[in-house]
Design a protein around this ligand. Sequence first.
Ligand code: NAP
Length: 164
Amino acid sequence: MTIGLPSYISATPQGIMELIKYSGLEITGRHCVVLGRSNIVGRPISILISAKTKLGNATVTICHSRTENLKAITRQADILIAAIGQPEFVTADMVKEGAIVIDVGIHRVKSDKTKSGYRLIGDVKFDTVASKCSYITPVPGGVGPMTIVALLKNTLLAAKKTIY
Ligand code: NAP
């Protein structure tokens, strides 16, 4: 995947690229800030979105727990991908007006408003960030289902003993 040869594309990053494709968003030349450098999300999405492909060509900055002046960097993002595993970490003051925000985080927190006693939230404080964005993915119902689709797709390709 890293050098663009046929491979099974990491599921969550594949789901994110599919979202971008479906939404018709223009990524070429824009600044994408990826929060997180994990092997399953942060690093592979930074590779896919910066690749020399029709859907890629973004300019990418990867941030992690040792990054200095994080807010100054996230505020430069045309596309902000949050995958840090910290509930509602990304707040409105960290986001540029009109940015595209993709929230990968999933956290189960207690709630007295749901039957189950729990609700799901992301790495982004959706309520206050959403009004600043041109696009934002919800949690639940955003990246999560796309990851499932990508996993099913990879499974089907593997069953057919093929890759793309
Ligand atoms: P992970 O392996 O824990 O990686 C988290 C990354 O965030 C690390 O690179 C870490 O930096 C960085 N980080 C942590 N705290 C930070 C901070 N305060 N400031 C800056 N960077 C910080 O997590 P992951 O597996 O990538 O998952 C991230 C989130 O996405 C989790 O909530 C997970 O549940 C969710 N997730 C969702 C899906 C989905 O389908 N929607 C799929 C996978 C994961 P260091 O490298 O320096 O430690």
